[in-house]
Ligand binder design. Sequence first.
Ligand code: NAD
Ligand code: MG
Length: 395
Amino acid sequence: MKTISVLGSTGSIGRSALDVIARHPDRYSVHALTANSRVADLFEQCRTFNPVHAVLGDEAAAHEFQDLCCRHALDVEVHHGADALEAVASGDTVDIVIAAIVGAAGLLSTLAAARAGKRLLLANKEALVMSGQLLMQAAADADALIMPIDSEHNAIFQSLPATEKGICTRGIEKILLTASGGPLRNCSLEELRVVTPQQALKHPNWSMGPKISIDSATLMNKGLEVIEACQLFAVDVDDVQVVVHPESIVHSMVSYADGSVIAQMGQPDMRTPIAHALAWPERITSGVEPLDFFMVSGLHFEKPDTDRFPLLRVACEAQRQGGTAPAILNAANEVAVDAFLDGRVAFLQLSALVEKTLECSKISPANDLGTIIEADKTARDTARQLIAQAAVKTH
Ligand code: NAD
Ligand code: MG
């Protein structure tokens, strides 16, 4: 029996993870569930999964949650804040941590799980983008096994030869990172100029939280994933080729020196990578139906267009720059996406805002957490100032 902490259990990934966990009560028990503010959702999850701990983002939400538990005689230890999140990510009685908080808010708890040597199911790609080397080194030092559950990286993991310690990247020619192209793949620049948040949120194949949905529409998600692949598999930006594949059936591929290309395929359903990462090297059921090839109308592949979607290029450049550049990129993007969702900036301003923030920022070596957190904070201030001054010219 393995015990699991699900960080961000009320989100899209958190709910998919609990769906898989519920199918295997003989293998997994839930140690902790955490949410930012969705008190009612977290309460329902706690009723179903009976965790030892529940963690909320702030004190007011924790009080509200505690009242609900008292009224319904639900026995769970209630906590709030960053220290409590780190504690349930690193406690001795936890075997597996699912890092499914969105954005930089997940950095410290993800790092805590790596430092404590857990099996770390990583969805929170922003944490890895911000602190890549630090996080990978912490995991190596503590013998933590990082299992990617981002579907593309899980597919790459599955397409690489496995050893006892994880995977081996010898003989790789290229990592072929697939991208659906998002809901705006066929829009002209003119059409992109007037895109609303509602249009950008409508992903054709995947059902996801709002931040990653906007990142998918701008291709920033793919940019973050290029950086994620570089960190997870110790390759350079030039070893990763983004391939637009609108059907989202091939979740990514690895091309080898001998001409072989190995791909992982399946339905676009996050329960597959989650189940794979939970049980690896075993296989367990996930609730996902196998792919019916007679129903697949075709598989198409095309080059990404970085003229219409420049954030993919900007992200690759930030990874080439190295140091704190990816953390700055991520921070500026989080601020920009919030502003777009609030109607304060237009779709085409997102890339200009991120690019301009990088231009205005000092890039330092990212050797310690303090430097990374400072770079994140300064970049957020810069991006907010740029929005306030409306100093960002459109594309
Ligand atoms: P979501 O918005 O649906 O859920 C986010 C979760 O994080 C919620 O449980 C929320 O309560 C929690 N949270 C948010 N801010 C917090 C804070 N300040 N403190 C504590 N908790 C906080 O997001 P999602 O789509 O589930 O994505 C989660 C992560 O997984 C992201 O990093 C995303 O890039 C990655 N990811 C998601 C998918 C997907 O299909 N949704 C696929 C691949 C990777
Ligand atoms: Mg992905």
